[in-house]
Ligand binder design. Structure first.
Ligand SMILES: [Zn+2]
Ligand SMILES: [Zn+2]
Length: 255
């Protein structure tokens, strides 16, 4: 059995939820996708939603928590989040555990989890690193601006899930009103394709080789443009870059 398996079930404007297996543990990051879609995606690979060991929430925006009660009612696991993200998931049956930023904890045997702060326009938005027996998965989306602290947390991971939200040209020439454009472009908005590519190039120098481009905008990006922006930057380098599919119909295995 491989050490890390990733099943992106939904990623982007319409909702976010990514299933991760690391060692023996089965976890879900965010609950922004409908229960049925998550159940069906897991069933396709002989996994069950009931077998999820823990759920982690990045922040309380609707596209990350909208299915919290439906999902939590089909699992018996605990839901971990920063205190400010508990409000939108207050009506769930699962036990909710408040996590402190920058304080590593062990929610499951041998799994070290660290939550860190990400600049974004929710009260407190967080990214995560998950570490088990020398393996590491980094997760950062809804990040207005990369900074040294986030970078040092997410560096040298076996798998990195990182936001590649928009093409700046598409955003500026697209259908969004100027205020919304400015919000997305601000340091409390979302990471652009170019910022993502620059970060991946730097992460490569720390030993990271496998990357998922996540949280692509439906209107201001395409999977092809996001991928091309990163590949141009990484030309000739030994990396694997995947665009998170929205469908939950592909699982990725890493040793
Ligand atoms: Zn958000
Ligand atoms: Zn979001």
């Amino acid at each position: 059995m491989s050490q890390i398996n990733i099943l992106p079930i939904g990623s982007g404007s319409t909702g976010n939820s990514i299933y991760i297996e690391i060692g023996p543990h089965r976890i879900l990051v965010d609950m922004g996708i409908g229960f049925k879609k998550i159940r069906d995606a897991l069933n396709r690979y002989d996994r069950n939603i009931e077998d999820i060991d823990a759920i982690f929430v990045t922040h309380g925006h609707y596209d990350h928590v909208k299915s919290a009660s439906a999902i939590a009612n089909h699992t018996s696991c605990k839901v971990y989040a920063e205190q400010s993200s508990m409000y939108p998931i207050r009506n769930i049956r699962s036990e909710r555990i408040c996590v402190n930023i920058d304080e590593p904890f062990e929610p499951l045997k041998g799994l070290k989890v660290t939550m860190f702060l990400v600049p974004h326009d929710y009260v407190r938005t967080c990214g995560y690193i998950f570490e088990y027996e020398g393996k590491k998965v980094s997760y950062v989306t809804d990040c207005g601006k990369m900074n040294d602290k986030i970078f040092s947390y997410i560096s040298n991971a076996d798998v990195t899930i990182i936001e590649s939200n928009h093409d700046i040209g598409m955003l500026k020439n697209g259908p969004y009103p100027i205020q919304l454009q400015n919000r997305i472009l601000s340091k409390f908005g979302h990471l652009s394709n170019v910022d993502c590519a620059d970060t991946i190039a730097r992460l490569y120098e720390t030993g990271s080789r496998n990357f998922f481009l996540a949280h692509l905008s439906l209107h201001n990006n395409t999977p092809e443009i996001a991928l091309q922006t990163v590949m141009e930057k990484m030309e000739g380098k030994d990396v694997s870059i995947f665009v998170c599919p929205d469908s939950g119909d592909q699982i990725y295995y890493f040793d």
